[in-house]
Design a protein around this ligand. Structure first.
Ligand code: THU
Length: 135
């Protein structure tokens, strides 16, 4: 029977495929983010830059948007694929955007094309995240 959640190799294959669609002509820094939701589905985003630079969007923001648009609200795992020497970790804004939809122990893996991996929990990347939700 097929596992409910994708394996690391499946996430890597998605990252390797979709990073080619990154629109990053200004930074030349392509990123692909694959989100695994609680249901086990995957949602993909790549960074989409703009000639008016501040309008550029990170891969994580696009992936979160795809998940929410599909009607899901719970992130189980985040996989971020880049070609940087040191695997790209999410920027501060993206850490907050991820934390809106992830429990503090949800896992993030950042990997580059050389296979270097960094792993974190959401709480490690954004301790004391802002939340309007009553605890
Ligand atoms: N970027 C992402 O999409 N995600 C990250 O985790 C780090 C940075 C993008 C933003 C911009 O398009 C390019 O990478 C360089 O900063």
């Amino acid at each position: 029977m097929k596992e409910k959640y994708p394996s690391h190799d499946e996430l890597l294959a998605i990252g390797q495929k979709y990073i080619a669609n990154s629109y990053s002509p200004y930074s030349r820094f392509p990123v692909c983010c694959v989100i695994v939701s609680a249901s086990g589905k995957t949602y993909v985003g790549v960074n989409v830059e703009n000639g008016a630079y501040p309008l550029s969007r990170c891969a994580e923001q696009i992936a979160v948007g795809a998940m929410v648009t599909a009607g899901e609200r719970q992130i189980r795992e985040v996989f971020i694929y880049s070609r940087a020497d040191e695997p790209a970790t999410p920027c501060g804004a993206c850490r907050q955007i991820i934390s809106e939809f992830a429990s503090s122990d949800a896992s993030l893996t950042c990997e580059n094309e050389k296979g270097v991996k960094l792993s974190f929990s959401v709480a490690e990347l954004l301790p004391h995240a802002f939340s309007l939700k009553a605890k």
